[in-house]
Ligand binder design. Structure first.
Ligand code: PLP
Length: 372
């Protein structure tokens, strides 16, 4: 069997261990310390806006805290992009609130502004205005930022920007991770940079950051004895993990460049194949191309190609199965136009790691050549 080619695997720069060693040498082996502050500063500088960053244990934790900070509680309605990874939606349920799933548009595969506005109008008619909106930059492609935020603003509903897959992407030159009333990032093992596991909450309000850190560290009130007036969480990032993050920040832009090069590689091979569609960047959208994805002409061809890759020990994956198709969310309200169902049937994510070797690219190329 040939060695496995992964969809997206960790890619260390070599700088990570210096920061991790420093943490050991100074005995900062705790969920606070210089690496946590340093990583937060690095992210904040990279995003290049007035913002405050709270480093957390995961992107999911960041979404959960964002919902709490926006006062989402039992029986509240939260609109959520249906085409996403389940971690975008699960925290809504942690809060006892009700997700309403919104389908995608074809240009970016993200939240459809029309369906979203329809859902808002219906909810208001029923006397329950949505408490928040969770919009996702899927696979690194920015959603229709102007349209989504204009509608949200018009109805005065805060947006949680799920930028877990889009660190390094931008819209009109402004970095993803800076558009939400609260934004989140993820550093899970498969993301464009990784700390093995981790996430961050981004906000332009200092008191929101402070509250996030307070809740993430067990909500200890200022007092000599342990005094609690809130329910707390253990969601803070550890100083060891943050050391990996500091090393990874030194190569984020390089990873964006390499992932975009992968997309170019696929485009060059597949541009002239009639039965394949790629996702072009609409004007003003700059994608980090976290995953390169293609659409085939049918579910049958998609499965056939996936199995050809599998035979060669190359990992590929259908696009995210929409949340409105998930058994666990079968009772949830949804606004569906058919786009995300179609993407799920015909779409395939191809190997996209920033560390793919020439030899690996050649093996991938061979499968595509013989299949088409
Ligand atoms: C990875 C991911 C998350 C969750 O991040 P974790 O750090 O794994 O908890 C949330 N939303 C999307 C779209 C993701 O891809």
């Amino acid at each position: 069997m040939k060695p496995k080619i992964w969809l997206s695997s960790p890619h260390m720069s070599g700088n990570e261990q210096k920061f991790v060693k420093e943490a050991f040498d100074t005995n900062w082996v705790a969920p606070l310390g210089p690496n946590v502050n340093g990583f937060e500063n690095d992210i904040s500088k990279y995003l290049n806006e007035d913002n405050y960053v709270a480093a957390l244990s995961s992107g999911t934790a960041a979404i959960h805290l964002a919902l709490i900070l926006l006062d989402v509680s039992r029986d509240d309605i939260v609109l959520c992009q249906s085409k996403t990874f389940s971690a975008s939606a699960n925290p809504i349920v942690y809060q006892g609130a009700k997700p309403v799933f919104i389908d995608s548009e074809k240009d970016t595969w993200n939240m459809c502004p029309e369906q979203m506005e329809l859902a808002i109008k219906d909810a208001i008619k029923e006397g329950k205005k949505p408490k928040a909106i969770i919009a996702v930059h899927l696979y690194g492609m920015p959603y229709k930022v102007d349209e989504i935020h204009a509608i949200a603003k018009n109805y005065n509903i805060p947006v949680i920007e799920d930028s877990a897959e889009a660190f390094g992407s931008n819209y009109k030159g402004k970095k993803c991770g800076t558009f939400g009333d609260i934004s989140i990032l993820s550093f899970n093992g498969n993301k464009i940079i990784t700390t093995s596991g981790g996430g961050a909450l981004v906000t332009n309000k200092k008191d929101i950051k402070n509250k996030a850190v307070f809740l993430a560290t067990q909500a200890r009130d200022k007092s000599v004895a342990y005094l609690h007036s809130h329910i707390g969480y253990n969601y803070r990032m550890s100083n060891i993990v943050a050391g990996i993050g500091r090393g990874q920040m030194t190569v984020l832009d390089k990873h964006v460049e390499l992932r975009r090069k992968n997309y170019q590689f696929y485009e060059d091979i597949l541009n002239n194949v009639d039965s394949v569609e790629l996702l072009n960047e609409p004007k003003n959208h700059f994608s980090n191309r976290w995953l390169s994805c293609i659409l085939l002409d049918s579910q049958k061809s998609r499965e056939a190609l996936r199995l050809e890759f599998d035979k060669e020990n190359i990992e590929t994956r259908p696009l995210w199965k929409p949340m409105h198709q998930q058994p666990v969310f079968s009772d949830c309200k949804k606004y569906i136009n058919g786009v995300s169902d179609d993407l799920f049937e015909r779409g395939l994510c191809l190997p996209s790691g920033s560390n793919l070797t020439n030899n690996e690219l050649e093996r991938i190329h061979n499968v595509l050549k013989s299949f088409f």
